[in-house]
Design a protein around this ligand. Structure first.
Ligand code: GTP
Ligand code: ZN
Length: 349
């Protein structure tokens, strides 16, 4: 058990925080309060070997970061980046202070990474993100549409809005690629400039990111780092590998980072970027077809006549008749089926 220093508030020890059965509305009988009524709420920014960096008092003058660990009562429940958590113990954020996470709020969205050789389970990599920015270079390296399709499936399955970010438009114009995705009606931004990014280039993407939490993914070399550095200038000064959110110079080359965007626009809205080095593929084994279809509201009603457990890509699928009847554009159905097929393909084609 880690040694916690004397705490300033909520001075529980581990046993106090165990949830005990109590009728709704009944007052706690002991002086300690097992339900953590005065727990702080925080946002998990980084995870590093059992230590969680959390932001508390967000958007207030008292906003600060703290380090926390999981309380025993959480059991095996995971805590991931983006989680909203309740925290007790020493929430001062002072050097050496260690607080405890006693509750994880229900997640609005969950993005999973794929199982791999070292780890047979699909793990949640980010919770509660709104948007998945799929960063693709228009050239150098060549766009990989099937990879984009897989990212789209992951976004829809996670409950996140996809955003296509097409970089290196100074090398190749975006039209050909955009045509491929036209039927999907995806939001997109086109960037150019690389090291010479200026505000003129970045305004359209800033507008798409403002007020949201966006996870950035992209294959190596597409310019993701260059773009994120341009969007979050503090990070650039911090040499790219240092976690600027904690500012403590911890190296976080393998785990994801949460970075705050500078305020943007008339509303002075901020936003969050979650950069995911090393995460280039998503768990698509357990994709929920229903969630994918939801992203196609023009097709969804057409599935009412489908056979039970229809894959929507089989002879009896009712979507063919739906489209033939003029209820939706055939290109939309083709796009849906292309995405559904992407689930079955390997990572690298
Ligand atoms: N021509 C051109 N080059 C760019 C642009 N954006 C980035 N680059 C260059 O592309 C190369 C790769 O950029 P990075 O930002 O390192 O790419 P990344 O996606 O982060 O790649 P990894 O770090 O390997 O994950 C660098 O040499 C950049 O200078 C752009 O808009 N146009
Ligand atoms: Zn069907």
């Amino acid at each position: 058990m880690a040694n916690t220093r004397s705490t300033r508030r909520n001075d529980f020890d581990e046993d106090d925080v165990r949830v005990r059965p109590s009728r709704r509305g009944s007052r706690p009988r002991t002086r300690t309060r097992p339900k953590h009524e005065d727990a702080e709420t925080g946002r998990v920014l980084t995870v590093d070997r059992g230590r969680y960096t959390c932001l508390v008092d967000e958007d207030t003058k008292r906003e600060h970061e703290i380090t926390a660990m999981k309380a025993r009562e959480l059991g095996r429940k995971g805590v991931v980046i983006g989680d909203r958590v309740s925290i007790v113990g020493d929430v001062s954020g002072e050097k050496g202070a260690l607080a405890r996470i006693v509750r994880v709020e229900e997640r609005r969205s969950v993005l999973r990474r794929t199982a791999d050789d070292d780890d047979p389970y699909e793990r949640i990599i980010v919770a509660n993100a709104d948007q998945l920015a799929i960063v693709t270079a228009l050239a150098d390296p060549e766009p990989r549409p099937r990879l984009i399709d897989r990212c789209l499936v992951a976004a829809y399955d996670a409950g996140m809005q996809p955003l296509l970010v097409l970089t290196k438009a100074d090398l190749v114009p975006p039209e050909t690629l955009l045509d491929m995705y036209g039927a999907l009606g995806l939001p997109y931004v086109v960037t150019r400039g690389g090291d010479a990014y200026d505000d003129w280039d970045l305004d359209p993407i800033r507008a798409q990111l403002a007020g949201l939490t966006t996870v950035f993914v992209g294959h190596s070399g597409v310019g993701k780092t260059t773009l994120v550095n341009a969007l979050v200038p503090e990070r650039q000064r911090a040499t790219g590998q240092v976690n600027v959110v904690t500012g403590r110079g911890r190296h976080t080359t393998t785990s994801a980072l949460t970075l705050r965007l500078p305020a943007y626009g008339e509303e002075r809205e901020s936003g969050w970027v979650v950069d995911t080095p090393g995460v280039r593929s998503f768990g698509l084994n357990h994709v929920d077809l229903g969630r994918i279809i939801k992203a196609f509201p023009d097709l969804e009603p057409g599935t009412a006549d489908c056979p039970r457990n229809c894959s929507h890509d089989e002879p009896d699928c009712a979507l063919d008749a739906w489209v033939a009847g003029g209820h939706a554009d055939p290109a939309r159905l083709a796009s849906l089926r292309r995405l559904l097929a992407a689930r079955e393909q390997g990572e690298d084609d």
